[in-house]
Design a protein around this ligand. Structure first.
Ligand code: F1P
Length: 348
């Protein structure tokens, strides 16, 4: 049960190597897409579900590295409210993100954007010869990153890493791009190190609610962790910008809640203060990143070797394992989530 999903989570190091070499291969094209004949005014990334969540983390990285206003928008919002997404008279790079390259909302959003003046098109997917690729512009295909499973795991982290690489090369920041190349080998260590704890927490029947907290590059990761729990384990899960949790959502906290906080660099003290407060309210707590006060458990990431922006893809790995372990301990098959299909095709 869950054999495909397990293999896909385990093979993220290889997927990341493949994704980064695909980006490296297109370095010149990426540079001209963003910077020629002049630097684009803004960047809009569109996707659905997991692809939208990775777009959130990628958009934050684009703006941070390129200094260009960058936003992530669900594809359906770009279809129905284009005037609230695109600004007339501005040159905009629109990036379509789709594992399958066949999701209707993303195809329609990108197709309509392509016909607008001043739009440059880019897309990224894990399959070749797709409708998305045929829309034109620069299409980045990532070999060896697709899944057999419905739920996205290695495709999520590989497309995120690829887009972070695009941002680095577009900014001429080769040093940061080369730092990303050190991540695949770290990913294998994280899987091995995190597994005992995620097995123990995943099989802990007293945990009935999962809350994922993340800021900056980690908010999209927190959202994806929430979605993995829903898709694989059919459990109650929520995601918030870390300090937002105090502003209302924390009212539902109880001893059956596991709060997973992805620790940043810039707000680590404030995140730790929150975790201590939540512990005093009887919550279970897990930190992903640095061992901080208030964290009952921790999955350590190499916070001294990789800055928070470079840790985004790493941070999803323990969350995938937690969802996988929870699902299998509850007798669900992660390979076959209920109600879901690999590709959402609509009639418009
Ligand atoms: C992405 C997606 C996922 C969802 C499920 C079905 O489609 O909708 O977000 O979790 O796996 O596919 P895609 O446009 O990235 O192929």
């Amino acid at each position: 049960m869950g054999a495909h999903t397990w293999q896909e989570i385990q093979s993220q190091p290889q997927a990341w190597e493949s994704a980064l070499s695909a980006v490296r291969y297109h370095a010149n094209l990426i540079n001209s897409l963003i910077n020629e004949p002049q630097v684009v005014d803004e960047i809009v990334l569109v996707g659905c579900g997991s692809s939208y969540y990775l777009a959130l983390s990628a958009a934050a990285t684009f703006q941070r590295l390129l200094g260009i206003p960058s936003r992530a928008i669900p594809s359906s919002e770009a279809i129905f409210y284009p005037e609230s997404v695109f600004r007339r008279g501005k040159s905009v790079l629109v990036v379509g993100i789709s594992r399958s390259g066949e999701t209707t909302e993303t195809l329609v959003a990108l197709g309509r954007a392509a016909s607008s003046p001043g739009v440059r098109l880019m897309s990224v997917s894990c399959r070749q010869d797709t409708e998305l690729a045929r829309l034109g512009g620069f299409h980045l295909y990532l070999p060896g990153c697709d899944e057999v499973s419905v739920v996205m795991t290695r495709s999520f982290s590989a497309m995120l890493l690829a887009l972070q690489g695009v941002a680095a090369l577009g900014a001429g920041n080769v040093a940061w791009f080369d730092r990303l190349s050190g991540l695949p080998v770290v990913a294998q260590n994280i899987v091995d190190a995190a597994l005992p704890l995620t097995r123990s927490l995943g099989s802990d029947g007293s945990i009935r609610r999962f809350v994922f907290l993340g800021s900056g590059p980690f908010y999209g990761i927190a959202c994806e962790g929430m979605l993995k729990i829903k898709e694989m384990a059919l459990a109650n899960s929520e995601a918030y910008h870390t300090l937002e949790f105090r502003h209302g959502p924390m009212s539902v906290l109880d001893a059956n809640t596991l709060v997973v906080s992805i620790t940043s660099d810039v707000a680590r003290r404030e995140e730790s203060e929150l975790l201590q407060e939540l512990q005093s309210l009887s919550a279970r707590t897990l930190a992903v990143g640095a061992p901080v006060a208030g964290a009952e458990h921790v999955v350590e990431l190499p916070v001294d070797r990789f800055d928070e922006w470079a840790r985004a893809a790493l941070a999803i790995v323990p969350l995938q394992l937690l969802a996988y372990c929870r699902a299998t301990s509850e007798g669900f098959d992660p390979d076959r989530p209920q109600h879901l299909s690999r590709v959402v095709r609509l009639g418009f």
